[in-house]
Write a protein that binds this ligand. Structure first.
Ligand code: CP
Length: 305
């Protein structure tokens, strides 16, 4: 493959291959000397049209640890602010002969459109409410390392499913590897076509979390709620926020995940986010390893790869 645009279309074998490769990078990243020369002489450009802490910094570290020259395009000070289009911006960067572009954009489908216009590899770092494939891969790696397998687990994805690319990529990946996926959300925060995803739907945290192995919490994505109903924080936390009382509905050894950024006191209580069952910091660590695995795998399809 030349690009990674989504989990959709990846085979279970390809997903497991990336997770196995990422395991090697987990070991490397815990060593004092963390560098490999896999991408030496290659150029990686991070092009983020939306804000990011985890994804952008981990892609930068991943590229650098593999020996690439990494450039972070500052979109806020670029000619995008003067009206240059996505495609013209991509064509401009393409003329500088990058080998890989890491792209985040607010519009679903924008990254795939851009991939058709450039000669290099493109990785989707999140496009609108569509996909965030490296997030799903790092979540799967985190689950596999803690539970030993994904096959047969029950995973509850809770909160704002409607606006979440993380939910969509995770549903596709977890189902591909044999997990049962539930979504737990008020009807207003579910996609209209939720039945298409083949997940169990719950409108109540007590039933939705009953006997699950993994509780995955999502942020209210207010930036994508243009014009639609935005719940009040107090009411939302009461019904949908994960606190210790609600977590007790899940299995005693259930683990808690959140892709970040977290809004403490809205979708998750600090006692749970920082508690013994939380994998949130480990997810961040796995993010670097998974992104190294993706860059390593794509590098084999670059010229001279
Ligand atoms: N999970 C995630 O994509 O975080 P950032 O928006 O900080 O990259």
């Amino acid at each position: 493959r030349r690009h990674l645009l989504g989990i959709e279309g990846l085979s279970p074998e390809e997903i497991v291959g990336l997770l196995d490769l990422a395991e090697e990078f987990v070991v490397l990243n815990r060593q004092v000397e963390k560098k490999r020369a896999t991408l030496r002489g290659r150029t990686q450009i991070n092009l983020f049209f939306e804000a990011s802490t985890r994804t952008q910094s981990s892609f930068e570290l991943a590229g650098k640890r593999l020996g690439a020259d990494v450039m972070n395009m500052s979109v806020s000070t670029s000619s995008v602010k003067k009206g240059e289009t996505l495609i013209d911006t991509a064509a401009t960067l393409n003329a500088m002969h990058p080998d890989v572009l890491i792209v985040r954009h607010s519009a679903s489908g924008a990254v795939e459109l851009l991939a058709r216009k450039v000669d290099c590899s493109v990785v989707n770092a999140g496009d609108g409410a569509h996909e965030h494939p490296t997030q799903a891969l790092l979540d799967a790696l985190t689950i596999r390392r803690n539970k030993g397998t994904i096959q047969g687990l029950t995973v509850a994805i809770c909160g704002d499913i409607a606006h979440s690319r993380v939910a969509r990529s995770n549903i596709l990946l977890l189902q591909a590897l044999g997990a049962q996926v539930r979504v737990v959300a008020p009807p207003t925060l579910l996609p209209k076509d939720i039945e298409r995803f083949g997940v169990q739907v719950h409108h109540d945290m007590r039933r939705g979390l009953a006997d699950v192995d993994i509780v995955m919490m999502l942020r209210l994505q207010r930036e994508r709620m243009n014009g639609s109903f935005v719940p009040s924080v107090k009411e939302y936390f009461h019904f949908w926020g994960l606190d210790e009382a609600k977590l007790r509905y899940a299995k005693p050894d259930a683990l808690v995940m959140h892709p970040g950024p977290m809004n403490r006191g809205v979708e998750i209580d600090s006692a749970v986010a920082d508690g013994a069952q939380s994998l949130i910091r480990e997810q961040v660590e796995m993010g670097v390893a998974v992104r190294m695995a993706v860059l390593d795998a794509l590098s084999r399809n670059l010229p001279n790869g």
